[in-house]
Ligand binder design. Structure first.
Ligand code: URA
Length: 210
């Protein structure tokens, strides 16, 4: 497993606005989309392409296009949905699958309540979207699920990560074809499983408390 922490002043600037507790939901959603687009730029560095011949108004040339099968983007419901728009704006031809996962606030264990994914992911490049890599439980389950279905290359995009979550992923997914791209690596998890300093509950800040 590989990890990459985005280190860019524009990302840090937008992250600071996102973290601020005074930021309202519409602004939070907008910033999340913008951050995903910036993170996706790094996360798609290894996206597969193939050569094509085209003609510009001036001369023929060999260019490149995304190759088939199309990349699969998998937002983890609910908070990952807030990252989908930014990602599909950048890769409009991507397919989208959904995984609904929730963590028990006491045990912090993840369970799946919804699943809409292709049965066979052989040879697919997959991008999992989840804003918060906290304990890592949800992302480990989701990643193992995609690997079991044949995914050959998985990139997890998260906005914030805790060192505990990164360590858990490294332990469970050692040797797997997985890369984690994160906006920032924060200090720690608190006793409630929240990232510190973090930004609070990403789902609540995106969509309110329902
Ligand atoms: N999920 C969140 O939304 N926030 C955290 O800090 C940790 C997990």
């Amino acid at each position: 497993m590989k990890t990459h922490v985005a280190n860019h002043p524009l990302i840090t600037h937008k992250l600071t606005l996102l973290r601020d507790k005074r930021t309202d939901s519409p602004t939070f959603r907008h910033l999340t989309e913008e951050l995903v687009m910036l993170l996706a730029y790094e996360a798609t560095r290894e996206i597969r392409t193939e050569q094509i011949s085209i003609e510009t108004p001036v001369a023929p040339m060999t260019g490149s296009q995304l190759s088939k099968p199309r990349p699969l983007v998998v937002p983890i419901l609910r908070a990952g949905l807030g990252m989908l728009e930014g990602m599909t704006r950048l890769i409009p031809s991507a397919e989208v699958g959904f995984l609904g996962m929730v963590r028990d606030e006491k045990t912090l264990k993840a369970s799946t309540y919804a699943n809409r994914l292709p049965e066979n992911l052989s040879g697919r490049q997959c991008y999992i979207l989840d804003p918060m890599l906290a304990t890592g439980g949800t992302l480990i389950s989701a990643t193992q699920y995609l690997l079991e279905r044949g995914a050959t290359d998985i990139t997890i995009i998260c906005i914030l990560a805790a060192p505990e979550g990164v360590a858990a992923l490294e332990k469970s997914l050692a040797g797997a074809p997985v890369t984690v791209v994160m906006g920032a690596l924060d200090q720690k998890l608190n006793e409630h499983g929240y990232i510190v300093p973090g930004l609070g509950d990403a789902g609540d800040r995106l969509y309110g408390t329902v």
